[in-house]
Design a protein around this ligand. Structure first.
Ligand code: UDP
Length: 470
């Protein structure tokens, strides 16, 4: 194809691993299909990335796959996610418009903008320069439905909470049987952002803004499997523009840029763990990882660690250096001694590869959406211990609808961890969850193959939305 005639997609992820990863997967797919790619990193994220790699810049992945920095005027540390979202919106609306204008003067000029739905600055900028724009929702459809219900929860007077005691007095167990496609939700399952007494909560306001943007957008992409979230996706379709379910994206990529994209993480990736897994028996290892940013107390890490020590199985445990806010996690000598024959603790791992490894028997997770999808791709059953945001929704759906895992009590105790791990590894309910994990793996493979739901949806997205072919 003549380079100047190439379609050119500009992708803008929210600066966090769980957002950058799926946008990168989509970028890789579009690159395979002949798109020129501009992948935009906000300055703050870019700076942290290059610092962690001790380098000055992130090289292009191919001549027609470039990274661009977006000035965001953000400090290195921010108090919370709500502030990060609102400041990013405030500071990037103008800079992203300027960036798009600059790109429009080059060849090939951009032909579409694919914006992470959290990056509410993108729609305004794309419209300003006359480019079609699509919103990419990187979490689950049930998480989307949760956000969609925020306004109604406020109108019905259910949130904000009257006072702090409402987080503990059973109020969060209020059933919400009116949320479309998710009849068994309780208030506690909709999103932890709602556990607030603040009538002007920045995060809630930002989420409502995201939903308004989605309603005005040309199309919405969700990294989900239609078969898994059919009821919710169908319900969303009545409120929103066309929805394209194209997940799990990990099944749709050909991996041609994989070696390079794996370098795009802040933490040093331990690849040795794959060799360690090679020497373990099939389905014998418990893998524990709570994602890229959620945090817990030191006490909770200790309970999880001792639960693993007591369960009796081999385990691979990722203890991210910043998993406990403001404190370095130092594991007890006694714990290390007791588990040295069967435990491996690392700071970060190539999770997609780990979850595809035949030695994996179980994944203990915070129920982040990418982690759940990667577990589906690997056919691995799960224990969920949700921490923040829509992880609670994912966990509820998984336990009540999808059937491929169980929930660990919020008040995490070593005995309970060990007991649930044993139940999932060798107990009767574990067998059923494993069977469902394999069923979803198969369905996800079918969806990604020619004629499958995700594959057809991707084709439609590319042809009718991104290339504007009739
Ligand atoms: N991840 C990884 N190695 C790790 C931890 C996480 O590669 O040790 C990746 C994981 O594969 C996933 C992403 O980081 O793609 C985390 O996204 P998720 O939605 O599960 O959770 P979040 O980090 O957003 O809470």
């Amino acid at each position: 194809m003549d380079t100047q005639m190439k379609p050119h997609a500009v992708l803008l992820p929210f600066p966090a691993a769980g957002h950058v990863n799926p946008l990168m997967q989509l970028a890789e797919i579009l690159h395979t299909k002949g798109f020129h790619i501009t992948f935009v990193y906000t300055d703050n994220f870019y700076r942290q990335l290059v610092k962690s790699k001790s380098t000055d810049s992130i090289p292009s992945l191919a001549p027609d796959f470039q990274f661009v920095r977006l000035p965001d005027n953000l400090p290195d540390t921010l108090p919370d996610i709500g502030t990060k979202c609102t400041l990013t919106h405030k500071n990037c609306t103008e800079t992203f418009t300027t960036l798009l204008k600059q790109l429009m003067e080059k060849s090939p000029a951009p032909t579409c903008v694919i914006s992470d739905a959290v990056m509410t600055c993108a729609m305004h900028a794309a419209r300003e320069v006359g480019l079609p724009e699509v919103q990419f929702w990187t979490a689950s459809a049930c998480g989307f439905m949760g956000h969609h219900s925020f306004e109604e929860l406020i109108q019905r007077g259910i949130v904000p909470l009257k006072d702090e005691s409402y987080t503990k007095n059973g109020y969060l167990d209020t059933p919400l049987d009116w949320i479309p496609g998710m009849k068994h939700m309780r208030l506690r399952d909709v999103n932890t952002f709602l556990y607030t007494t603040n009538p002007n909560d920045t995060m809630i306001n930002h989420c409502i803004e995201q939903m308004k943007n989605c309603q005005r957008s040309g199309a919405i992409i969700i990294n989900t499997l239609y078969e898994l979230e059919k009821d919710v996706v169908d319900a969303l379709a009545t409120y929103y523009p066309p929805i394209y379910t194209i997940g799990p994206l990990a099944n749709m990529t050909d991996g041609h840029l994989k070696d390079n994209t794996q370098n795009l993480t802040f933490f040093e990736e331990n690849k040795e763990c794959l060799n360690w897994l090679d020497n373990k028996a099939k389905s014998s290892v418990v893998y524990v990882n709570f994602g890229s940013h959620a945090s817990m107390t030191l006490e909770q890490t200790k309970e999880i660690g001792w639960g693993l020590a007591k369960c009796g199985f081999d385990f691979l445990w990722v203890v991210r250096p910043n998993i406990v806010k403001g404190e370095k996690v130092v594991l007890d000598e006694e714990f290390l001694e007791e588990t040295k024959e069967r435990g491996l603790v690392v700071p970060w791992c190539p999770q997609e590869m780990v979850l595809k490894h035949p030695s994996l028997g179980l994944f203990v997770t915070h129920a982040g959406w990418n982690s759940l999808l990667e577990a589906i791709v690997g056919g691995v059953p799960l224990i969920c211990w949700p921490i923040v945001a829509e992880q609670v929704t994912n966990c509820r759906q998984l336990c009540k609808v999808w059937g491929n895992g169980m929930e660990l009590d919020k008040d995490v105790k070593r005995e309970k961890v060990a007991e649930l791990v044993r139940e999932m590894m060798v107990g009767e309910s574990g067998k059923e969850k494993r069977r469902m994990a394999l069923t979803w793996k198969r369905k996800a493979e079918e969806a990604a193959s020619a004629g499958g739901s995700s594959s057809l949806s991707l084709d439609r997205l590319i042809n009718y939305v991104l290339l504007k072919n009739d």
